[in-house]
Design a protein around this ligand. Sequence first.
Ligand code: SAM
Length: 410
Amino acid sequence: MKDYLEIKTLLVEGLLEEFPQAEGDEAEAVVSHWLQASQNKIPFLTDSIRNYFEKEISNFLPSTHKNMVNESEGFYQFKLPINWKSIPYPPPKNPLFNFIDLFAGIGGFRLAMQNQNGKCVFSCEWDSYAKKTYETNFGEIPFGDIRKIDELEIPDHDVLCAGFPCQPFSLAGVSARNSRNTAHGFACETQGTLFFDIARIVEAKKPKVLFLENVRNIVNHDKGKTFSIIKSTIESLGYNFSYKVVDASPLVPQKRVRTYMVCTPKNMPEFSFPEIQGEPLPLKSILEDVVDESFTISDRLWEGHQRRTRNNLSRGTGFTAFCADIEKPSNTIVARYGKDGKECLIPQKESNPRMLTPRECARLQGFPEPFIIPVAKTAAYRQFGNSVAVPVVTEIAKAIVAYLDICKGK
Ligand SMILES: C[S@@+](CC[C@H](N)C(=O)[O-])C[C@H]1O[C@@H](n2cnc3c(N)ncnc32)[C@H](O)[C@@H]1O
């Protein structure tokens, strides 16, 4: 039996030779999506490429299975001769429901949904480093720019998951953009409009549930106008719109307050969010015992942090960098954390404070230990800063699965 990576590489090489018109990046996404769910609709996958894959894969099938090669139902999904052992989170064998993972990042949603026995049938993410982390852990390469994907080529799904890009809506994004006098929110062509890519997919595919995540401030952005456009757009597509602002700190040792939205068809009951309460967890619970010196910040950086903190405190504005209190949850880890670590510096007895390690950032977001971090630390900090708190998404995912059960009975 061939390992996932080996078989994927063979098919991608063959695909590019046989069909030179296939684009390199998307060819990998096509092959890996096919290996996960060959019977599904897959963007850019023509009938002739599908036939080519089936012919190629038959070379790897044990002879007893050769006569089953053309069976359409179920065969490839579970019986392709692929060894998923090198992949920590392979597709589930007997899924209860399926979902798509838009703006997938490193798969925080996917982890939570797969844990509930959900099967991902389509993912998209355009950052090549995030794609690498995603593939290493899930054995699938997401498609790239969502704006280039025809919604009709996306397979049917029960749940649409999307933590859509938050820069144009966050407080930091707004103030930086205001000061540069540039557009933000829906007026920002390249980022704000991505919400409308979600809307066009919803309109075409009508999933049973939409599960969205964004920054806390999306609720207040532009005096509430942005949020009201999101709500009314979703309602106009035939959905109830429920949302809740949740702090992750009872589940992970990090103050991370985010807006979660779950939308369900108008002819079905509204969704109720689970309660997420409890004492905040202490940062010390996720710290590594031994950390390399390279994570200790330099004298220059530490002096700069202290100087800016003093100036800002005296003016009563702006950034302050203190050492974290490890008995309490950390501040929110953001994508830029790797630049200077000011959101969370760990005090050390005999030297300057240190940055968190990428593994500690993974733990702060509730990623389990088997999750592989295959990228260098700058990319890893950005990826975990952008991601979701997996245990929060998991709690909401459990309630969504219970909701889907109710739908089945209706
Ligand atoms: C807030 S992050 C989502 C992180 C994700 N929920 C996770 O658990 O890791 C938004 C992601 O959208 C991606 N993105 C932005 N614009 C995109 C586009 N046009 N097409 C595909 N992905 C895009 C970014 O690279 C980023 O990783």
